[in-house]
Ligand binder design. Sequence first.
Ligand SMILES: [Zn+2]
Length: 380
Amino acid sequence: MLEMLQKLIATPSMSSVSPEFDISNKAVIDILAQWLEDFGFKVEIMPLPTQPHKFNLLASIGPINPDSQGLMFAGHTDTVPYDEQRWNHDPFKLIELNHRFYGLGTSDMKAFFALVIKAVRGIEVSKLTQPVFILATADEESSMEGARMLVERGCPNVRYAVIGEPTGLKPINAHKGMMMESIRLVGQAGHSSDPSLGVNALEAMHDVIGEILKWRISLQQRFKNEHFTVPFPTLNLGHITGGDNPNRICGSCELHIDLRPLPGMNIDELRNELSEHIEQILKNRRIKWNVHSLSPATPPLLTARNSPIVTEAENLTKHKCGSVAFCTEGPYLKQLGIDTIILGPGDIDQAHQPDEYLALERIDPMINIISNLIKRFCTD
Ligand SMILES: [Zn+2]
């Protein structure tokens, strides 16, 4: 397993919305494919539709028939970029120190694949009555295109999934969603000395912001979930730009907001509501406006507390399922009809940080959990 960990960490696979930091994940996919094929997995590698140099890997072992209810272990192969100056170690060299493995992707989350493969090697394939799947995606840290592509493709014969994102060995069945929207208003520029020469987009945005803040109060009154540390949906005004000169009527103004819906809130309905509020406040004004998404939205995740994957994970970890503040690929698996939990050995505090590490004491318990889940869901 040490060799597997070393190799995964030594193989760069950063993804980023900034092209200068973005590279392919193919090398990691090839390594995983080799290991899994050697063990007898059936491996499928799929290029992403809009980025054909990046790939998902879906592998399975065990009997598959139309009624199969397999168990999937899932994760992303990409890491975030790193800031070389802030690392005390080589991010691509697995270093064991202070009972920790240091390296980029140890916690978030390439190391998880080595643990899954180690656990799978301990099972007798002939005893499997349900298939075990491994999903390794591309671009989770940037576009989530890997997960979204899988929804398009479908993923039959999988009933339960465990995503090994860093949760400190505690099972998670819920997280909020995330949407980032841009609101753009266009009026008419003109000389500031005569307001009748123009239509001020900045002043219109002032009213739009007032309306959005009122809408936020109404959302927070309508939706609440004490399961979460912040028990209501949040809406943040994050960025605004508009106008150029004090003596010019502001011709256009753009606002970026981030909205984090609770489970049960629908992304499309929220977009419609937002547009209705803007429409309402700007009607009878000579302002053109549009709303567009800055990135594809991630829906919220909620897996039923009585799902067998939740209860089994609670038994094995001795922790009640909780929620996290970050987004995962879980909602996409859920769209495929797969009951999904998030449960991994790393810590979210380590993710996206210099000197990212995985505590050695987490490794054996995680392998045990994986082995026991396979026994419970894939053998008689
Ligand atoms: Zn992650």
